[in-house]
Ligand binder design. Structure first.
Ligand SMILES: [Zn+2]
Length: 119
């Protein structure tokens, strides 16, 4: 590794090395922290939380925030918009038009549906 391009992390005062002059020049004026400090912050932020859509609370929260958004209320939640978008997915415009699921895929979907019912 080329050790000529480095700066000092503002949190732990360790040296942060850059691979080349261009990346060093692009980042030297930013007050960014080193990779280890970044991971530390991330783990502090996410303690007790999960990064997954399987968490029903986060899913509900996200859905509610989208329902109240200006874009949804003013332009997307109209009968005209919904009609256009449903027509765009009908008949030969649908990407699955004329195609069928293979037996392997059907089995997969069956298993997923069963899991949804039990959970
Ligand atoms: Zn650091």
């Amino acid at each position: 590794m080329d050790t000529t391009y480095f700066k000092i992390c503002s949190e732990c005062n360790e040296k942060v090395f850059y691979k080349n002059a261009n990346s060093f020049r692009a980042n030297k004026c930013k007050n960014s922290i080193c990779r280890n400090c970044k991971y530390k912050h991330q783990s502090q932020l996410m303690t007790g939380k999960r990064w997954t859509w399987k968490n029903p609370l986060s899913r509900i929260k996200c859905a509610n925030s989208h329902k109240n958004s200006v874009v949804w209320v003013n332009s997307m939640n109209t009968a005209e918009y919904k009609k256009i978008h449903s027509e765009n997915k009908m008949g030969n415009k649908n990407y699955m038009f004329g195609m069928h699921h293979s037996d392997k895929t059907k089995e997969k979907l069956r298993i997923q549906a069963k899991q949804r019912m039990t959970n």
